[in-house]
Ligand binder design. Structure first.
Ligand code: 5GP
Ligand code: MG
Length: 178
């Protein structure tokens, strides 16, 4: 896939499927090594992390559970800076190892809020596995435990990430052409 038009914007491939597959596999290996015997609960952050979570969880080979939450702060291509209410965290987290599965950590505001909510609910160990990390844009002192791909500060779509709802089904990662 070369250039793709979504609504009024043009995107081009930055990370093809083969590169994504290798990166996801490395994250799964690290989790399998680190969390053996800890019976983790994976928390997939909808909507964006659905594709990463599906591919990752097929490669996680330790006993574990998965659940889904929703927690959004984006509209269009700009962060609104306002973190909306979390939906769906009904599990008992007391004493648990929790691995949050995110599509992307950008400013870090979303993930900071979710990590705090998990700790407030009694989780013993809260880790973050993210498909993408924009270290240059991160506004909090935070480094995700597991990062598949570090990216520059550009707007991207595909592999679960959207532009106004479109593009989530694209199997590779595309960057906005400015
Ligand atoms: P943060 O709170 O870290 O600024 O933003 C996290 C959320 O914003 C992500 O889970 C994702 O939904 C959205 N987001 C951040 N950067 C991008 C981007 O480049 N493209 C898309 N489509 N969404 C993004
Ligand atoms: Mg997200």
């Amino acid at each position: 896939m070369a250039r793709v038009t979504i609504l009024d914007k043009t995107f081009e491939t930055s990370y093809p499927e083969s590169q994504i597959k290798d990166a996801v596999s490395k994250v799964a290996q690290a989790i399998n090594n680190d969390l053996k015997g800890s019976d983790p609960l994976f928390l997939c952050v909808l909507n964006g992390a659905f594709m990463f979570a599906a591919d990752l969880m097929k490669l996680v080979n330790i006993p574990s559970k998965i659940s889904f939450v929703k927690f959004a702060s984006y509209e269009g291509t700009q962060s609104t800076g306002v973190v909306k209410q979390l939906i769906g965290l009904n599990e008992d987290l007391t004493g648990r190892t929790v691995v949050i599965i995110e599509d992307i950590v950008d400013t870090g505001i979303t993930i900071e809020g979710l990590v705090k909510q998990c700790k407030d609910k009694g989780a013993a160990d809260v880790r973050v596995a993210t498909m993408l990390f924009k270290p240059q844009n991160c506004k909090i002192n935070f480094k995700p435990d597991y990062v598949a791909i570090e990216i520059p500060n550009d707007f991207i779509v595909g592999y679960g990430l959207d532009y106004d709802g479109y593009g989530r089904n694209i199997p590779e990662i595309l960057t906005l052409v400015k």
